[in-house]
Design a protein around this ligand. Structure first.
Ligand code: EPU
Length: 343
């Protein structure tokens, strides 16, 4: 079998992961369409190579070199479908930059994803962790996903229900290697109400007549709010929130609240969600740094690679943070980005 793919050997991935960890991929290929993806998977199977699907590299930490074939998702294209009255479906190829797509939709007057402005990464990665910010999650607008079924090598359409979305979670995250996302479809609307209730956003817009806001203006407000707290990966390499906000049951929460009356929390129908940033901050980590890695000084949930930190440095710091939160509060933090390779 001959493969018409441009496979490169020993490719440096430092600029392809937002934590800027300097590791190599044994082999690397840009994927521009579904046929190339099938070919690459066949090649990997023939050569018994492990594969890694790489989008914007904004939600993973490389523990070491990747001894396999990196499939860099470079599929491009966006189009409007089912434009009917106030609503339309925006189809985005997996390799489209997410933030550019948000601005494109907002400039076109469509609402639904403006609160997700400035989230790094690609459209194809967005469903994997069901990206969310400022009171909105991807699953609020996603209608379907086109994906390659890696078992049958056939292209399939998955509904939002098939994706089994939950907080920072999906079928794709729980079953890595089963599907590779090729395209996503979002139902947007010109008239749905804007979601301005998240506290930071509400404070930022307190002097504004929100009835007159356009989705682009909301996206711009979200960008300003994010920039105040969240570091730009181009200047301070990071992967956004490093831990999920943990959920504990009501009885444990009440015990915790007796000891820590100020504990920041959000009641759910089943249990209570805690602000991991608050727990880490209270454990004294905010602004901590060693020679290579640290914790952001404005958002304690974000780990930073200050200077040539390795995956080992990042994961050791994450372990130290988890241990101290466990010791102080008895709460387990779950790492949010994927860890690639072994330490
Ligand atoms: N807080 C602290 N110390 C800090 C930072 C925050 O005590 O250093 C407290 C704040 O006072 C606030 C609470 O913690 O009461 C929550 O903070 P924030 O509103 O900044 O939100 P978060 O829960 O820390 C989540 C998402 C972010 C998303 C923001 C805004 C997760 C794991 N993180 O952060 O998502 O941008 O809400 O919606 O759910 C990401 O996933 O990468 C990400 C950045």
């Amino acid at each position: 079998m001959s493969y018409g793919l441009n496979i490169r050997e020993r490719v440096d991935l430092k600029d392809l992961n937002t934590m800027a960890i300097a590791v190599n991929a044994q082999q690397f290929v840009d994927i521009e369409n579904a046929d190339q993806l099938v070919e690459a998977l066949d090649l990997a199977a023939d050569r018994q190579l492990e594969t890694l699907v790489l989008g914007g590299g904004s939600n993973l930490v490389f523990a070491g070199d990747f001894e396999g074939l990196v499939l860099h998702m470079a599929l491009r294209g966006r189009r409007w479908e089912q434009v009917e009255g106030e609503t339309a479906v925006l189809a985005l190829a997996a390799g489209e930059n997410w933030h550019d797509a948000v601005l494109y939709a907002a400039r076109s007057g469509y609402r639904g994803i403006e609160n997700l402005a400035l989230i790094p990464g690609t459209a194809g990665a967005a469903p994997v962790q069901n990206i969310g910010a400022y009171g909105v999650e991807l699953c609020d607008t996603l209608v379907s996903v086109t994906a390659l079924d890696c078992d049958s090598r056939k292209t399939v359409t998955l509904t939002a229900e098939d994706c089994q979305f939950a907080y920072r979670d999906s079928f794709f995250k729980r079953n890595p290697g089963r599907y590779i996302i090729l395209e996503i479809r979002l139902r947007l609307s010109r008239s749905t109400s804007l979601k301005l209730g998240y506290r930071d956003l509400q404070d930022y817009l307190s002097d504004v007549d929100t009835a007159k806001l356009s989705p682009l203006e909301v996206a711009e407000a979200v960008m300003a709010v994010r920039r105040r707290k969240l570091p730009d990966p181009d200047t301070l390499p990071n992967t956004g929130s490093f831990f999920k906000n943990p959920v504990i049951d009501q009885a444990r929460f009440e015990q915790l609240q007796k000891r820590f009356p100020d504990v920041v929390h959000y009641p759910l129908t089943d249990g209570v969600k805690l602000a991991a940033a608050w727990l880490i901050d209270q454990a004294g980590w905010k602004g901590y740094r060693n020679a290579r890695v640290g914790i952001h000084n404005r958002q304690a949930l974000v780990l930073i690679n200050h200077s040539q930190g390795t995956g080992e440095d990042v994961l050791t710091l994450a372990e130290d943070v988890r241990r101290s939160v466990r010791e102080k509060f008895g709460v387990e933090l779950e790492v949010e980005p994927g860890i690639i390779g072994t330490r």
